[in-house]
Design a protein around this ligand. Structure first.
Ligand SMILES: [Mg+2]
Length: 369
C-alpha cells in the first residue's frame, strides 16, 4: 500500500466503428471516440479506465477527455495514493467542473489498479457481491419499423430479459411499434421506453394514453433533462408506469434533486455518466435509501467500461433491474480487450480476477483511422 502512489497517467483516444448506425432521439452516429486511460503506480501496477460519451448526450467526447485529462486531471491525480479515491475525486472536482466522463475514466483505472494491487476483483472494493449473475436488457435503437421488430424478436430469442426501445422522435411511429411488439413478444417480456428527452410532458402522456393496454415496464427520460417540473408532471399522471431518470440524474447532486422533486420512481445510473464507480455507488446508496430501484445503462463503452459497470451492479443492492450495461460491445465491430465479457442467455457473470478482470489490448492505442 505504501508504494501505491500514482506515477504515470496516459490517455489514448481510439475510434471504434459501430456495426450499423446508432440512432436515438438526440443524435445518430456511425463510430465513437473511446478514451482509454492507462495509469501506473510506483510499484508497477497498471490500471485501465474507459469512457465513450456521445457529444450530444454529455457534452464530452473522447477528444475533450484527452484535452481535459492532459491539461487538468492528470495533475490532480498524479502523486496521489490509489486508495485515497475520495481525495482524488475532490482534487479532480477542484481542478475542473463537470467533465464526468473524463473523471470516470480515471476513477475506473484507479479501481482496476486498486484491485490488482490487492489481488481482489473490483466488486470486493465496492462492498462485495450481492448478485453473482445479472440480467440484461437489449436496446432497440431508432430504425425502420421492420428492422426494429425483427431485432427485438431476435434478442428475446437470445435470452434478453427486457426489451428497451428508443422513442421520442415521432409519436405515431412509437405507438405502432409498442403495440406491435406487445403482440409479437407477449406480456412475459417487459418493454421499457426511452425517449432520451424527446417529448414535451404532454406528448409523453399522450404516448402513454395510446398504449394504456400494453404493460410498459418503465418510461425512461421522457422530457428534457433540466425539466424536473415536467418529469414530475409526467410521473404524477403516468398511472402504473414507473418513470425513470437518466439524463436528469447525471451527477450525485442531480440525483438528489430528482428525488427532492419526486420526479422519478427508477434511476439509470451509468458509471461513465456520473463520474465513475465512487460516484455511482453514492447514487446507488441514495436510491436505496429512497426505497427505489435502479438499472445500469451504458454510454456504449466497450469491455473496459462494461466491466466497471458489471462490478458496480454486482455489488449494489439498488441495482436490481435488468441492465443495458453490455450494449457497447454488441454494437461495435471492434473491442479494446482480448476477450470481451460474454452474454449467456441474456445474463452476465461478474469477473473474479483481480481488478476489472479484463485484458486490454494495448496494440490498439493510437488508432484513430
Ligand atoms: Mg437512457
Amino acid at each position: 500500500m505504501n508504494r501505491s502512489r500514482i506515477v504515470d497517467i496516459q490517455v489514448h483516444v481510439v475510434e471504434l466503428p459501430l456495426r450499423k448506425t446508432w440512432q436515438i432521439s438526440l443524435y445518430a452516429a456511425n463510430r465513437r471516440a473511446h478514451a482509454v486511460v492507462r495509469l501506473q503506480t510506483e510499484d508497477g501496477i497498471v490500471g485501465y479506465g474507459e469512457a465513450a460519451p456521445s457529444p450530444a448526450f454529455m457534452g464530452e467526447t473522447g477528444y475533450t477527455i484527452e484535452t481535459v485529462l492532459n491539461r487538468y486531471l492528470r495533475e490532480a491525480a498524479l502523486g496521489e495514493n490509489l486508495f485515497d479515491i475520495a481525495r482524488i475525486h475532490e482534487r479532480m472536482d477542484s481542478s475542473i467542473d463537470g467533465n464526468s466522463a473524463a473523471k470516470a475514466a480515471i476513477d475506473i483505472a484507479v479501481h482496476d489498479a486498486m484491485g490488482k494491487s490487492l489481488g481482489l476483483p473490483v466488486y470486493r472494493l465496492l462492498g462485495g457481491k450481492v448478485r453473482p449473475r445479472m440480467a440484461l436488457s437489449w436496446v432497440v435503437g431508432l430504425q425502420s419499423f421492420d428492422q426494429a421488430v425483427e431485432e427485438a424478436r431476435r434478442k428475446v430469442a437470445e435470452g434478453y430479459r427486457v426489451i428497451k426501445i428508443k422513442v421520442g422522435q415521432a409519436l405515431a411511429d412509437d405507438v405502432r411499434l409498442i403495440r406491435t411488439l406487445r403482440e409479437e413478444l407477449g406480456d412475459a417480456v417487459p418493454i421499457r421506453l426511452d425517449a432520451n428527452q424527446g417529448f414535451t410532458p404532454r406528448e409523453a402522456l399522450a404516448l402513454l394514453d395510446q398504449v394504456r393496454d400494453c404493460p410498459v415496464e418503465a418510461f425512461e427520460q421522457p422530457v428534457r433533462k433540466w425539466d424536473l417540473a415536467g418529469l414530475r408532471f409526467v410521473r404524477e399522471r403516468s398511472g402504473a408506469v414507473p418513470i425513470m431518470a437518466d439524463e436528469s440524474a447525471s451527477t450525485l447532486q442531480d440525483a438528489c434533486n430528482v428525488l427532492r422533486n419526486e420526479g422519478a420512481d427508477l434511476f439509470n445510473i451509468k458509471v461513465g455518466k456520473v463520474g465513475g464507480l465512487y460516484r455511482a455507488c453514492q447514487i446507488a446508496a441514495l436510491v436505496e435509501a429512497a426505497g427505489l430501484k435502479a438499472t445500469a445503462g451504458s454510454n456504449l463503452e466497450v469491455s473496459i467500461g462494461e466491466a466497471a459497470s458489471v462490478h458496480f451492479v454486482a455489488s449494489q443492492k439498488a441495482l436490481s433491474l435488468p441492465n443495458d450495461m453490455l450494449l457497447g460491445s454488441a454494437l461495435h465491430s471492434a473491442n479494446l480487450v482480448s476477450e470481451p465479457l460474454s452474454v449467456i442467455e441474456g445474463h452476465v457473470l461478474c469477473p473474479e480476477r483481480p481488478g476489472l478482470g479484463v485484458d486490454v489490448d494495448e496494440g490498439l492505442f493510437g488508432h484513430r483511422s
